[in-house]
Design a protein around this ligand. Structure first.
Ligand SMILES: NC(=O)NCCC(=O)O
Length: 387
C-alpha cells in the first residue's frame, strides 16, 4: 500500500464513525476518560507546525490536590518523524536533513515550554537494519558523549532548558568499536547525564538488528532529572513486562518507549503494551513510533518466506501517552510527523499506587524465589497432572 493510501489516523476513523454521545462513551471505555483534556497551544507553535508540515497536539492529565505535597507539574513532549533524504544519499546529507526537520519540531516544543522530550528509536538515520548490510549503515553510529546528534541536541537542551532523550546508534570506541542501540539522556544544562542501551534485541521478520548490536549492558537506569525521574525502554523491550517492571522498581515516574515498528507486525499490540505497563507499574509511559516507508537500494529477505523486497513496510506512527491510571491520549497520525505534548502532575503516580496497591501487592519476594528456581537447569515446572 502506498503512503497516500495508508489510513491517516485510528482516532480520526473513530471520530468520523461515531456521534457525540457514542464518542463520549468510546472515550470513557477505551481511553479511560469521557473527553480528552486539551492543552491550549500557542499560536506560534501551531504556525511552526503548519509551516513545517507536522501535527501538533497537547493534552492534560490531572491529579488530586494534596495537602502535604505541592503538585509536580511537568510538560512531556514526544516526536515521531519520517526520514527526509532518500537512503542512497551521502550519510551526512541524510543526517543533516533530519536534524533540520527536528530543529523545527523542537522549536515548537520549546515554545510550548516542554520540559522533557524524547525522539524515536535511531532517530538520526533510516532504520536500515532490515538490510543486514554493514556498509554504509554502520557509519551512522556515533559517540553517545560527543557525536553529531549529541552536539546538535545539547545546544537545544540549553536553549530551551529541556531534558532531551536521544535514541541513536552508538559507537563505543573505548570498548572495541562496538555498536549499541542507545538512548542518550541530555540534561537541560547540555550535559550528558547518562545512557541506556537496548536490553532486548528483536529477531522477528525484517528486524535483523542482532546483526549490528548486542543486548545492552546498562541494566535499568532511572535518570533523576530536574523535572522528574525518567527511564527509557527501547522498542522491543516493550514486549517484556520484566523490563518495564525493573524501571519501576528503580523509581521511574515516566518511562519512554522510543520505537520503530511496522504495520504488518505489531499494530494490534501497539495500544496495549505501553499502556499496560503504565497500569502495572503506576507510572506514565510514552510510546513513540517512527513514521513513513523507507526504501533501500538493494533487496533483502529475512528468512520468513516473504519475497525479496526493498522496504521495511510502513512505520505507522500513532505515538501516545498513558497515565498511571490507564487513561491515555489519542494517538498521533499514522502517516505524518508529529509532536505530542502532555502536561502531567507526577503526584498521580503515588496516588494510583495508594489507590490500586499494585506495587504493594506484586509479591516480588514470591517471584524472586520462583524465578530463581525456574532458571536452574534441573527445574521441574509446577504442573499437576490428572493421572
Ligand atoms: N525496533 C524494534 O525493536 N522493533 C521490533 C519490532 C517490534 O517490537 O514491534
Amino acid at each position: 500500500m502506498s503512503e497516500s493510501k495508508e489510513l491517516h489516523s485510528f482516532d480520526e476513523l473513530v471520530v468520523k464513525a461515531l456521534n457525540d454521545k457514542e464518542l463520549e462513551e468510546f472515550n470513557r471505555i477505551y481511553y479511560g476518560r469521557s473527553c480528552h483534556l486539551q492543552l491550549d497551544l500557542q499560536q506560534e507553535s501551531i504556525a511552526i507546525a503548519e509551516k513545517n508540515n507536522f501535527e501538533i497536539a497537547g493534552y492534560t492529565f490531572l491529579a488530586k490536590t494534596e495537602e502535604t505535597r505541592s503538585a509536580r507539574t511537568v510538560k512531556i513532549g514526544i516526536i515521531q518523524h519520517s526520514i527526509v533524504a532518500t537512503t542512497d544519499k551521502p550519510i551526512r546529507e541524510q543526517r543533516t536533513a533530519i536534524f533540520d526537520k527536528i530543529l523545527r519540531i523542537i522549536d515548537a516544543a520549546g515554545n510550548e515550554g516542554v520540559n522533557i522530550i524524547c525522539l524515536q528509536e535511531a532517530w538520526s538515520m533510516p532504520f536500515a537494519f532490515c538490510t543486514r548490510e554493514k556498509q554504509p549503515w554502520c557509519e551512522f553510529s556515533e559517540s553517545a558523549e560527543s557525536g553529531p546528534s549529541t552536539q546538535f541536541l545539547r545546544e537545544l537542551a540549553i536553549k530551551y532548558n529541556m531534558v532531551i532523550i536521544s535514541p541513536i546508534l552508538e559507537r563505543d570506541e573505548i570498548h572495541g568499536d562496538t555498536i549499541w542501540n542507545t538512548a542518550v539522556v541530555i540534561s537541560e544544562t547540555g550535559k550528558v547525564l547518562g545512557k541506556h542501551r537496548k536490553n532486548h534485541i528483536p529477531r522477528v521478520g525484517d528486524f535483523n538488528e542482532s546483526t549490528y548490536y548486542f543486548e545492552g549492558n546498562t541494566g535499568h537506569p532511572v535518570f533523576e532529572t530536574k523535572y522528574g525521574r525518567i527511564a527509557i525502554n527501547i522498542c522491543y523491550g516493550r514486549h517484556h513486562p520484566q523490563n518495564w517492571l525493573m524501571f519501576g522498581l528503580n523509581g521511574a515516574e515516566v518511562v519512554f518507549n522510543p520505537s520503530a515498528t511496522v504495520a504488518g507486525l505489531s499494530e494490534h499490540l501497539w495500544g496495549v503494551e505501553a499502556r499496560n505497563a503504565a497500569i502495572a507499574n503506576s507510572y506514565f509511559t510514552c510510546a513513540i513510533n517512527r513514521v513513513g516507508t523507507e526504501h533501500f537500494s538493494n533487496e533483502f529477505t529475512s528468512g520468513d518466506g516473504k519475497p525479496a523486497h526493498k522496504d521495511f513496510g510502513h512505520f505507522y506512527g500513532s505515538s501516545y501517552i498513558t497515565a498511571p491510571d490507564g487513561s491515555r491520549t489519542p494517538g498521533l497520525s499514522r502517516v505524518r510527523d508529529g509532536l505530542l505534548i502532555a502536561q502531567l502532575d507526577l503526584n498521580l503516580c503515588r496516588q494510583i499506587k495508594d489507590k490500586w496497591g499494585f506495587t504493594m501487592t506484586q509479591r516480588l519476594d514470591l517471584y524472586a524465589k520462583s524465578l530463581n528456581e525456574a532458571v536452574k537447569p534441573d527445574y521441574k515446572p509446577q504442573i499437576i497432572k490428572d493421572i
